[in-house]
Each structure stands twice: as structure tokens, then as C-alpha cells.
Design a protein around this ligand. Structure first.
Ligand code: SAM
Length: 288
């Protein structure tokens, strides 16, 4: 049976309608499914975390090759479909819940090498990726996301699409585009083109002295797109202009630059310089 017919059959049997509010656009193109599976490169020892498993179309393929599959799905009616259709699969654990609320760190250990995959729910794709890149227990992530978000992930310094998401994700990982997927490959067809990306943890990364503070600096730098870095930093971090200017001089970053022009290393230097200055208690805030 073709994937579209199979999906229609399941929808009819279980009396389901795709829920737009949960980004339920189901993959119905078998070639895309095969390509995704190929790109993940599964082995018997692999632990896989699938996000947004839906009716289990991708899950059934993952189960054939991986040692263990954790399939997360928020919609209880779809979890029931999976429980019935994938009954007896001893290497499957269905987690019926919200991926943004699951305690993943208690499920996996730091020394694990989990492969994370999924046709992500588009309305929370950036949030899921931002959360996951900081975890230590994954080795590879292969996601289908909307092309607009993929463009941000793949964006180099100087590009209009570069934002806090691009900088933060490239601090932790290397992202590669695998392929675009047209709307017709899904049912119902989404309004946008989708892109498959492959995300790998950086083998060797330059490390900020305080990662949390580095993230605050990156976010503050992108608070107002049209403003210079000097303005964004001083407003976003409540620093006086003099302090913000001094930090930029010491970080060797021209104050007139805009955040999207900077390399990850520039943000690391800025956050390290600022952190040391904070540590010495010499920060003058806007209100001082
Ligand atoms: N994997 C299926 C496929 O490829 O056909 C479905 C992909 S569909 C784009 C996204 C899935 O994510 C839907 O099944 C939806 O119910 C689920 N979902 C939406 N929000 C979620 C959340 N917060 N946590 C877990 N799953 C979620």
C-alpha cells in the first residue's frame, strides 16, 4: 500500500483529522522516508529518539535497524495508532507527551550517543533545536524543518537570515543541508517548502568561559536588527554606552558592526571580556 493510502486508511479506521495546531503534516513520500533513514545511518547498537512520531511511518523503519527507539508524540490518539500498529515491537518505547516538557536528561546519560530524528512540529522546531544542541547525550540529529528555519541554521555571517539561532547552533554544532522536500510530499501539504538538515556535535569547539552568559550576550546582540552592536549590547544588557564601547574595543569588534556580521568567535570574545569585567565589579549600568 502506498504511504498516502496507508495514512488515509489509518485516518478512517481511527477517525482522525490532521490537527494544524500541532503541525500535523504527515510524510507520504516513500523516497523521502528512505533518504531520511539512509542519512541517519542506523546500526543495531543505536539508540534513537524520534520527535513527533505521528502515526509511526518513520518509526516503523527506524525499528527495523536500530537497537532501541524512543518515539515521542503529543497527540494521544496518534499514540494509540502507534501502540496498535507497532504492537509487539520490543525495541520501541512510546512516550506520549510534549517534547518540550519531557525530562530527557533523566532518560539518557551523558555518555550515550543518541541519534535524534524527526519531521519536527514546525511551530516549535527552533525551540526544540535550541534546547537539544546544549545536551551532551546525542551524537547526530537529522530533522525535517521548514526551509526558512533551515536557512537560519545554515546562515553565514553577513547574511540577512543570520540571527541568534544561527550563532547559538553553530557554537555547538555543524549543520549540513541534506535536501529540500516539496509540500506535496506531505499530507496535508504545508504552505512552505521543507528542508532536511543533518546536525553533528562540533568535535573541537572554542569554548566561552560561561556558556549561559555567552547565550545572553548573543540574544541581547540581536534584540534590534537595525541597530548597531553598541546600541544592542548597551540596551539588551543594561550597560552604559561607555562600558559597552570599552567591551567592544577590548574584544576587537568595531562598534558600528551589526550582530549578523559577527563570527561566533567574536561573540565568545565579547562575552569573555564582559564576564571578566563583571567579575572585577567594574560594570557601570545604564542607570548608574
Ligand atoms: N513523524 C510523522 C510523519 O513524518 O509523518 C509526523 C510528523 S508531523 C510534521 C509532527 C508531529 O509532531 C505530529 O504528529 C504532532 O502531533 C507532533 N507534535 C506536535 N507538537 C508536539 C510536541 N510538543 N511534542 C511531541 N510531539 C508533538
Amino acid at each position: 500500500m502506498k504511504l498516502k493510502e496507508k495514512l488515509e486508511h489509518l485516518m478512517a479506521v481511527y477517525n482522525l483529522c490532521p490537527r494544524a495546531s500541532l503541525s500535523q503534516n504527515f510524510l507520504i513520500d516513500a523516497r523521502c522516508v528512505s533518504r531520511l533513514i539512509e542519512e541517519i545511518g542506523l546500526e543495531e547498537k543505536d539508540i534513537v529518539l524520534e520527535i513527533g512520531a505521528g502515526t509511526g511511518i518513520l518509526t516503523s523503519h527506524l525499528l527495523q535497524k536500530a537497537g532501541r527507539v524512543f518515539a515521542v508524540e503529543i497527540d494521544e490518539s496518534l499514540c494509540k495508532v502507534m501502540r496498535d500498529e507497532l504492537k509487539g515491537k520490543s525495541n520501541l518505547k512510546i512516550l506520549c507527551g510534549d517534547i518540550t516538557k519531557l525530562a530527557l536528561d533523566s532518560l539518557f546519560l551523558e555518555e550515550d550517543s543518541v541519534k535524534v530524528v524527526g519531521n519536527l512540529p514546525y511551530h516549535i522546531a527552533s525551540r526544540i533545536i535550541l534546547e537539544l544542541v546544549r545536551k551532551k547525550w546525542w551524537e547526530l540529529m537529522v530533522f525535517t524543518i521548514q526551509r526558512e528555519v533551515a536557512d537560519k541554521l545554515l546562515s553565514c555571517p553577513g547574511k540577512k537570515t543570520r540571527g541568534a539561532l544561527s550563532v547559538i547552533v553553530s557554537y555547538y554544532t555543524d549543520v549540513k543541508k541534506v535536501m529540500d522536500i516539496p509540500p506535496q510530499a506531505f499530507y496535508p501539504a504545508p504552505r512552505v517548502t521543507s528542508t532536511v538538515v543533518k546536525i553533528e556535535a562540533k568535535k573541537k569547539k572554542l569554548v566561552a568561559e560561561d556558556e549561559k552568559f555567552f547565550l545572553d550576550v548573543v540574544k541581547a546582540s540581536f534584540t534590534a536588527r537595525r541597530k548597531t552592536l553598541l546600541n544592542c549590547l548597551s540596551r539588551g544588557l543594561s550597560l552604559s554606552r561607555e562600558v559597552a564601547r570599552d567591551i567592544l574595543i577590548k574584544s576587537k569588534v568595531p562598534e558600528k558592526k551589526r550582530a549578523e556580521e559577527l563570527e561566533v568567535e567574536d561573540f565568545i570574545r565579547i562575552s569573555n571580556v564582559l564576564l571578566r569585567k563583571k567579575g572585577r565589579g567594574k560594570i557601570a549600568h545604564q542607570s548608574d
